[in-house]
Design a protein around this ligand. Sequence first.
Ligand SMILES: Cc1cc2nc3c(=O)[nH]c(=O)nc-3n(C[C@H](O)[C@H](O)[C@H](O)COP(=O)(O)O)c2cc1C
Length: 159
Amino acid sequence: MKALITYFTMGGRTKKTAEAIASALDNYEVGYYPIELKGKFIEKIKMLDKFENKDFSTIETELNNLDASPYDLIIFGMPTYGNFPPKAFNEILARMRNLGGKKTIVFNTARFTGGKALQYMKEKVEEAGAQVIDQSKFRKLFWIGTKNAIKFGKRINET
Ligand SMILES: Cc1cc2nc3c(=O)[nH]c(=O)nc-3n(C[C@H](O)[C@H](O)[C@H](O)COP(=O)(O)O)c2cc1C
């Protein structure tokens, strides 16, 4: 089976979590669509600001190529910004072709609370016509480990 993991990361925590989940998906061939903010802190903040203002011009080509059809499972992983995922999440959903009817999983990372953002992600994916078969939040104030993510990956793998 094939799985696509699409995630957004500014500080690396969501990427680390996504890769830990993927490491447990023995039954899947895993592909990634990452949106990774890179460079110095100020450059990351500027890019985040652009995205939050719905300017996705720098990743237009990648967004245009988003297609769920080759995959049996799509996993969405996002950080939490003020109780919501970043705007890039909505853009990915809007741009991904053939998402209707697909099995999906949503997860988010947070420092304080990620519950509302995760519920929001689930609702938006369902509005896009896909089925959310599992979800998880990974909340840690400081160091985010991989133990729980691997556990979650094993659960997905056995579903
Ligand atoms: C602008 C901004 C807003 C944030 N808002 C929240 C929040 O509302 N709740 C929360 O628990 N964490 C919040 N955080 C923390 C991030 O969600 C958390 O560190 C996340 O794991 C970052 O993922 P990343 O390292 O993949 O970018 C915020 C971080 C930033 C930079």
